[in-house]
Design a protein around this ligand. Sequence first.
Ligand SMILES: [Zn+2]
Length: 97
Amino acid sequence: MVRGWVLILAFRPGTVTAMTFVEPHRSCSRPMCSRDAESVLLFEYSDRHVVLGTLRPVANPNILELCSIHADRFSPPLGWSLDDQRAETAVHADVTA
Ligand SMILES: [Zn+2]
């Protein structure tokens, strides 16, 4: 899966010999949880609606990212609706792979 990337350059005297992209670790936003983030929570405040989707390629500090356990346990605030799009996206990803 493509996530956020960090560019690392390896130098030999006088020339660049290699460029490698390294995926940084993105962990769950829940306190005391160090599991890998796999899902995002998007809050649409005007409609009182929450979308639970798959992790985006680039991290956004304004979006909560959850591990699979916390994503499965998530329930929206009282009076809000939840749209869990993780399964839809996974099926779509399998078809296009
Ligand atoms: Zn977690």
